[in-house]
Design a protein around this ligand. Structure first.
Ligand SMILES: NC(=O)c1ccc[n+]([C@@H]2O[C@H](COP(=O)([O-])OP(=O)(O)OC[C@H]3O[C@@H](n4cnc5c(N)ncnc54)[C@H](OP(=O)(O)O)[C@@H]3O)[C@@H](O)[C@H]2O)c1
Length: 256
């Protein structure tokens, strides 16, 4: 049983499946109290039930993160249950593979809208609706947002926007003693990546990925990223001159 004084609280938005779910279980096993949100109330209840014999606790608070009103209402519930929230993780997202032949506005707009709005709604609520501001706000972004890549479509672009947002807010939030951080996982086995039909290098089991995040979740650098053997080459691509990147992209583009 974790010592009472080391018990922390977190709110994970986007925790009914995949990385958010696995991370909630790890954190609750470590003795912490975790509120979990997503649209699938049933899956959240099942997740909460899994924590019954754990040192910590998982509490289900369903919401649709695109609804500001639902988010606001959920924040009140979370505060009532947890008291103050140490860490808020904005983890909700949707993805659709989008090669050029599949590019279409309704799908692209749906991805942009969910991936961006879930975070902008959440940030507003963290800063203006919670009675006590969180000590840290984390956003799960994606290395697909480092640079525009063939097939990245709206998903990569939405994640690029979120990284830009996080970098831009970092200094101002720091002056208010709030740490702004991001998580950039490589390929992780989740419902999201199960849609991919291409080879995903260094694909990682979700439990292992959650373990990597858990290690630096309560305290750590601005960016948690893994696995290094995938992300470090991508970071080099991030600083390549655009002309060179575009030449490389041409080589990576599948034939029509
Ligand atoms: N898997 C990877 O390889 C990978 C790599 C880099 C980054 N990421 C990022 O990691 C995060 C988690 O992804 P995952 O791979 O674990 O995928 P996932 O299993 O599909 O999880 C996505 C979560 O977002 C929630 N969500 C979607 N729409 C929502 C809405 N309107 N309101 C509230 N919650 C909503 C989903 O729950 P409901 O459907 O129940 O609402 C689910 O809990 C995402 O931000 C993703 O972009 C994943």
């Amino acid at each position: 049983m974790a010592e009472k004084h080391s018990q922390k609280t977190a709110w994970i938005i986007g925790a009914s499946s995949g990385i958010g779910r696995a991370l909630a279980l790890k954190l609750a096993s470590g003795g912490h109290r975790i509120a979990v949100s997503a649209r699938s109330a049933q899956q959240l209840q099942e997740l909460a039930a899994e924590s019954a014999n754990m040192a910590g606790e998982i509490i289900a608070v369903p919401l649709d993160a695109t609804s500001f009103e639902q988010f606001q209402h959920a924040a009140k519930q979370v505060e009532k249950i947890l008291g103050s929230v140490d860490t808020v993780l904005h983890n909700a997202a949707i993805y659709k593979p989008m090669p050029l032949k599949a590019f279409n506005a309704p799908e692209a707009n749906r991805i942009f809208s969910l991936n961006i709005e879930s975070v902008t709604n959440g940030l507003d609520i963290c800063l203006n609706a919670l009675t006590t501001k969180p000590r840290q706000i984390i956003i799960t972004t994606s290395p697909s947002g480092y640079r525009g890549m063939p097939g990245g479509g709206a998903y990569g672009a939405s994640k690029a926007a979120l990284m830009n947002l996080a970098e831009g807010l970092h200094a101002e939030l720091k002056s208010q003693s709030i740490a702004m951080r991001i998580i950039n996982p490589g390929f992780v086995e989740t419902p999201l990546t199960s849609q991919n039909r291409f080879h995903m290098p260094f694909l990682m089991p979700v439990d292992k990925a959650a373990g990597r995040i858990e290690k630096y979740f309560w305290n750590g650098p601005f960016e948690i990223y893994f696995p290094k053997r995938l992300i470090l080459p991508l970071k080099i691509m991030r600083i390549l001159p655009t002309a060179l990147l575009l030449r490389l992209s041409k080589k990576l583009t599948p034939p029509n």
